[in-house]
Ligand binder design. Structure first.
Ligand code: SAM
Length: 286
């Protein structure tokens, strides 16, 4: 339990202190974005209330507030500091064992929801991490049975908690995509955002990602960068029902190669751009 007592400060002063303490770590815009989120999550002052209460005294856990600021100073991503993020309108728990869900992945779900398919009977999400994709799919297609798989039992534990919290039932199971028996299941829709960042791309990444996010979720060998898509192609051959579709998040620099990997095995393919104009998603069907 956190201590609960009045700060000897008003909201306005707390904001000044937050900005001063973190001015070397964040831009002004980032601080403007973070302050209301931390006020809401830690001190339970809603973003609406915040606008009108500059001169109110603050009540709440000073200890939690201060420890959060010191974690932000160390460069820990704010979602890990808070222990949660918002994805597809849902509050999703995250920790050091789960990737922080990205806005591009929300775009993929938007695309799937508008792609005009009927309601799939059964769905699979491979490499589910926090469960963000599988929970969003259950939200989009409530009658569908959603299965979600990951190699990490620690990630599956968080995914399970997220499923319970959101009241969106998903069947979670541990599975190594690169080494598994026949699944003995079939699906109408398969979705995956597997690890796809090459080691050589590390230099483009921020320290927040490199130092704190799970490398298991991110990286593949430079020499075998499409290993997970090859595994997903085999799963598609075994487990995708007739008229089924697969959607993948992909590495923008390897879009053509990823498309060919499926095209060469007889699949129909469509590359889709993300909001930044990069080839970020691949739709695959027979
Ligand atoms: C890019 S993350 C995606 C997480 C989540 N689906 C999302 O979109 O935020 C890739 C996920 O694949 C999992 N993973 C890595 N290697 C795996 C393997 N061999 N078999 C199954 N899952 C694996 C990681 O644990 C991680 O959760």
């Amino acid at each position: 339990m956190w201590d609960l007592f009045l700060f000897d400060m008003k909201i306005k002063d707390l904001k000044n202190q937050f900005e001063t303490e973190l001015e070397n770590s964040f831009s002004k815009n980032e601080l403007q974005f973070l302050f209301p989120i931390f006020m809401e999550e830690i001190l339970l002052i809603s973003q609406d209330d915040l606008r009108f209460k500059d001169f109110e005294w603050v009540a709440g856990s000073k200890e939690k507030w201060e420890s959060s600021i010191s974690e932000l100073k160390k460069g820990i991503p704010y979602q890990y500091v808070l222990g949660s993020t918002v994805f597809y309108g849902m509050k999703i728990k995250v920790n050091e064992n789960t990737l922080i869900p990205r806005p591009e992945t929300e775009e993929l779900l938007d695309f799937i929801s508008k792609d005009g398919m009927g309601i799939p009977g059964s769905i699979a999400d491979f490499g589910c991490g926090s469960g963000c994709i599988s929970l969003a799919l259950k939200k989009i297609f409530p009658p569908s049975i959603v299965h979600a798989y990951d190699i990490s039992s620690a990630a599956l534990e968080i995914a399970n908690q997220n499923s319970t919290d959101a009241n969106l039932p998903v069947e979670f199971a541990i599975l190594d995509l690169l080494n598994h028996e026949n699944l003995n299941k079939t699906f109408d829709l398969i979705v995956s955002n597997p690890p796809y960042v090459r080691e050589l791309e590390k230099k483009e990444m921020s320290n927040g990602v490199l130092d704190f996010e799970p490398h298991l979720a991110l990286f593949v060998k430079d020499t075998d960068a499409l290993i997970f898509y090859a595994a997903l192609e085999r799963i598609g051959q075994q487990c995708l029902n007739e008229n089924g579709t697969m959607y993948f998040e992909i590495n923008q620099y390897l879009a053509m190669e990823t498309k060919s990997l499926f095209g060469n095995k007889g699949w129909e393919t469509e590359l889709i751009r993300d909001m930044s104009g990069n080839w970020r998603f691949l739709k695959v069907w027979k």
